[in-house]
Design a protein around this ligand. Sequence first.
Ligand SMILES: NC(=O)c1ccc[n+]([C@@H]2O[C@H](COP(=O)([O-])OP(=O)(O)OC[C@H]3O[C@@H](n4cnc5c(N)ncnc54)[C@H](OP(=O)(O)O)[C@@H]3O)[C@@H](O)[C@H]2O)c1
Length: 294
Amino acid sequence: MGATIIDGKAIAKEIRAGLAGRVECLKQSGVSPGLAVVLVGDDPASQIYVRMKEKACRELGITFFRHCAPTAVGENYLIDLVKELNADARVHGILVQLPLPAGLNPFTIVKQISAAKDVDGFHPENVGRLCTGVGGGFIPCTPAGILKLLEISAVPISGARAVVIGRSNIVGRPTAMLLLHEHATVTICHTRTVNLAEECRRADILIAAAGSPRLVTGTWIKPGATVIDVGINRLSDGRLVGDVAFDEAAAVAGKITPVPGGVGPMTIAMLMSNTVLAAERSLASRGAVAESEA
Ligand SMILES: NC(=O)c1ccc[n+]([C@@H]2O[C@H](COP(=O)([O-])OP(=O)(O)OC[C@H]3O[C@@H](n4cnc5c(N)ncnc54)[C@H](OP(=O)(O)O)[C@@H]3O)[C@@H](O)[C@H]2O)c1
């Protein structure tokens, strides 16, 4: 194996340690950061993800509010719940765990979340801020985590050729936007891409976010490239693998993330980071209101 492993678990731990001081500062200023998660239905993977988020909050001293609803819940109930959470001063971040059960449109619910509490970064205002480069919004957690991994691993982005496999609103598109803002030359690939292997072989930075086990083989990778594997795929024998055939890829790549232990822990760390940021912004806006009233 030639590649350096990018240890997402260790990097995420450092980020969370850095957040602990900011949580303490907020508490000293009378603000106790709070995250509300809305979980609909009984999808086992979603339940695991919500438990992981709860654990991370508890470790950091962020108050966690869990709201569960049955699969058959109506859209209006969820909209009313989100509006209540928008108005709740104890809640600084709100996220609706996706995917929602069939029949519920995620956009209808997510666009009701106050943009200032949308710590997942999926509200149209935050998406617009990201796409235009205006900034000041919330960046979706997985893409933010990917960029952090590249930054901390000192991977040059400006001028690099980056290939993103996947064009979802959660991972592929926002990751491509962030890479573009960092001046990479970005290609977004998907199921209609002709000759995916050829596209990947041109990449200095390859982001695999297809949800297809071991789609990317060693021969698809440019020697020395950085490979970020976002995929989380459960095999029939129970094993968890990424979208990249790790051993083959690691023999060719310069740097590579493992699965598990790569992007996954970063997603949670960035959610914690967005929640702390939301609480800091609410404190700052309280200060601004007090000043304008003085
Ligand atoms: N580590 C983490 O924290 C984290 C967070 C989120 C997601 N994930 C994982 O990342 C993966 C992607 O998630 P997602 O939500 O973006 O999935 P998604 O919504 O299903 O999107 C997958 C994307 O990949 C493309 N694609 C699928 N198979 C392909 C193939 N064989 N060749 C080329 N393109 C292909 C699809 O193309 P079309 O648009 O043409 O259909 C689509 O754009 C999943 O394994 C998910 O579990 C991990």
